[in-house]
Design a protein around this ligand. Structure first.
Ligand SMILES: [Zn+2]
Length: 307
């Protein structure tokens, strides 16, 4: 199995505030852990390229994309608040373009058999960005755009997105709901930000709310319906919204997962990928703010892909 880690130094230039949890050190710490774990030696690395406007419009409204470009600060000290938690500074737009663009590189490499799996170590994250909205640290919806791109460009009929971030992937749901070519599975702490995912859902969405304090064993009982649904759907490519903020050490959530749980989820998804999608998996970083737990969990996620 080959895994390619796709990133770009521009993603680390986006710095909302030294105290903001969505901080460049997230990527630095992941890099350090890949080196100290020895995993770096068996991975391939590739540079993300910036997303084009046409590419962003696969998942977003044209006027919305333009509005993000218009809001982007031009002065060094300028800050533009998108919501209470999401700030644009001079490098944010560029970082968001590389972050989204990584998804395109990942899909191209996986679909052209240059790699079996790809992990996009990028920020800002994307799963709270909806068709015409940005929020929750997210500008563009990296994973939903990549899924639409794969369907359009490689004439796939079915792809799945699995989102195990502690927060509901409300932006992804907004973009993919009603598109029966995409099965979207999201587990999330509930009730919790962004307080969505438990009311009406389209038939291609499988939301699993999880009570605060849940540990791995109970978590796997709750997400059991995913595996049968994914097996029946038989996706030709599997996308993962890989947020690691459901980790027990992460203060932004209150679930109690550990590295072994992320390895187990990944193993299940790799099994499905081998059965239905020639092993093809594109994983993109979402949340995860306890730096040590985040980086250890990423290593567990990638090691499980190698099996
Ligand atoms: Zn999150």
């Amino acid at each position: 199995m080959t895994i390619t880690v796709i990133s770009n130094p521009v993603c680390a230039l986006h710095n909302m505030d030294p105290d903001h949890p969505e901080h460049p050190n997230r990527l630095h710490k992941i890099n350090d852990q890949l080196i100290s774990s020895g995993l770096e030696l068996v991975l391939r690395f590739a540079d993300a390229k910036p997303a084009s406007i046409d590419y962003l419009e696969l998942g977003h409204d044209r006027a919305f994309v333009q509005s993000i470009f218009d809001k982007a600060p031009r002065e060094k000290s300028e800050r533009v608040w998108i919501d209470d938690d999401t700030i644009m500074m001079e490098h944010t737009l560029n970082a968001a373009l590389y972050s989204a663009g990584a998804g395109r590189t990942a899909v191209d490499q996986v679909m052209n058999n240059e790699t079996m799996q790809a992990f996009c170590a990028v920020r800002p994250p994307g799963h709270h960005a909806g068709y015409s909205t940005s929020s929750g640290f997210c500008l563009f919806n990296n994973i939903a755009i990549a899924a639409k791109y794969a369907l359009e460009t490689y004439a796939l009929k079915r792809v799945a997105i699995i989102d195990f971030d502690v927060h509901h992937g409300n932006g992804t749901e907004d973009i993919v709901q009603g598109d029966d070519r995409i099965l979207f599975c999201s587990s999330f702490q509930h009730p919790f930000y962004p307080f969505s995912g438990t009311e009406y859902t389209a038939s291609n969405v499988l939301n699993i709310p999880i009570p605060a304090g849940t540990q791995g064993e109970k978590y796997f009982e709750l997400v059991e319906p995913w595996w049968e649904a994914l097996d029946a759907f038989a996706p030709e490519l599997i996308f993962i919204s890989a947020g690691f903020d459901a980790h027990a050490e992460d203060d932004l959530g209150h679930l109690r997962l550990v590295e072994a749980d992320y390895a187990k989820i990944t193993n299940r998804l790799i099994e499905l990928a081998k059965k239905h999608s020639q092993g093809r998996v594109v994983s993109m970083l979402e949340g995860g703010y306890a730096l040590s737990a985040l980086s250890r969990s990423v290593v567990a996620h990638l090691k499980a892909m190698l099996v």
